[in-house]
Design a protein around this ligand. Structure first.
Ligand code: UD1
Length: 338
């Protein structure tokens, strides 16, 4: 299969590219490098022995995208490219709506022009907004998102869904990720946030390496077993393999489908910190802070549907993820700039 991977130089994109190349698929990446480094391509080469074809640019650059489709007869597209910083999206909503929505619209238009009928979209558990019950199934209501980033994930799902109504021959799969953590077990690729990390695991690894003095725990008064927030942390390699399984499934089935990709298990902030300390024999100093605005007490997936229909299951443990995140961070103290 020839696959276009938008945002393929990013955290989840690069891990997915590795798994596709290992399964002998041909991969073309388009990425504007707004939140990624070209060095990742060399690392992918080291892991897989293959260099993906790379175009630097934006998906919504229709002339560029058209020229790429002209050269490569794609069988499928995986669409990761998008801005993803929740806080920044609140400050700059138009930047998020313009980039994250326009890219999908242009992509669908060019796919249509070149008769490409398979699309996997990088969605998020954020589309469930503020849920009222756990675990979350794909049939639970979506919308009520709490920030522009989350709204773009929800709106992109709607755009693709309506497009599929008009084009019943399309196969489109929405993958709703829970909380991706971990890195490739080689320690060669991983999450490389710019500035102060927003998410928990990159913050923990930066404390472990001595870049930050302590971890701020946002709230210990939630109605959870230890008072801290509960999330469903999934190893990024398992997540990547979920994309490979989706592409496989789409070989045989058209239509619009949605899958949760998680482990089905909830882990608290303190449990993750302790797992990290034990797995890596390091100590993570903590300070309890007030709750972070917009956070919910708990969020975890029911993955029955993805397990059953994709024949996929997250097999890597929390300890694997903690070990791999730390291997990546300690081998690359300043990320890809190291
Ligand atoms: C966040 C985004 C979500 C996005 C996801 C991508 C928000 C409100 N939500 O999810 O839209 O899809 O990242 O991975 O930002 N925590 C701390 N200290 C920290 C950082 C986090 O205690 O320094 C806690 C949080 O309160 C939460 C848990 O750790 O309980 C996980 O936080 P985070 O990694 O930011 O993910 P989400 O908030 O679940």
């Amino acid at each position: 299969m020839r696959v276009l991977v938008t945002g393929g130089a990013g955290y989840i994109g690069s891990h997915t590219v590795v798994e596709l190349l290992l399964q002998k698929q041909e991969v073309v990446i388009i990425d504007d490098l707004s939140n990624a480094k070209e060095e990742v391509l060399r690392r992918i080469q080291t892991i897989t022995g293959k260099t993906p074809i790379f175009y630097r640019g934006q998906v919504q650059d229709e002339a560029l995208l058209t020229s790429i489709f002209k050269v490569h007869p794609f069988d499928a597209v995986i669409h990761f490219a998008g801005y993803k910083a929740v806080g920044e999206s609140v400050e700059k909503p138009l930047k998020y709506f313009e980039n994250n929505l326009l890219s999908t619209i242009v992509l669908l238009r060019v796919m249509e022009q070149f008769n490409v009928k398979k699309l996997v979209f990088s969605s998020s558990a954020t589309v469930y907004g503020t849920p009222t019950k756990m675990p979350l199934t794909e049939a639970d209501p979506i919308g009520g998102t709490t920030n522009p980033y989350g709204a773009t994930k929800f709106m992109n799902e709607l755009i693709i869904k309506d497009y599929c109504v008009a084009h019943p021959e399309m196969a489109a799969t929405m993958l709703r990720y829970f909380n991706p953590i971990g890195a490739h077990p080689t320690g060669l690729i991983g999450e490389d946030p710019q500035g102060i990390p927003n998410n928990l695991m990159p913050f923990i690894t930066q404390v472990a390496i001595g870049k930050r003095p302590h971890l701020n725990v946002f709230g210990n008064d939630y109605p959870t077993r230890d008072g801290t927030g509960i999330r469903d942390y999934i190893h990024v390699v398992d997540l990547a393999l979920g994309h490979v399984a989706s592409l496989e499934k789409m070989q045989h089935a058209a239509g619009y489908v949605v899958y949760n990709l998680g482990t089905g298990k909830g882990t608290s902030v303190l449990e993750l910190v302790h797992a990290f300390e034990t797995a890596n024999q390091v100590s993570i100093p903590l300070q309890i802070q007030p709750r972070r605005s917009g956070d919910i007490a708990e969020n975890y997936a029911d993955c029955t549907k993805s397990n059953r229909e994709l024949g996929w299951v997250a097999t890597r443990t929390l300890v694997d993820a903690c070990r791999d995140s730390w291997k990546w961070q300690s081998k690359n103290p300043s990320g890809y700039e190291s």
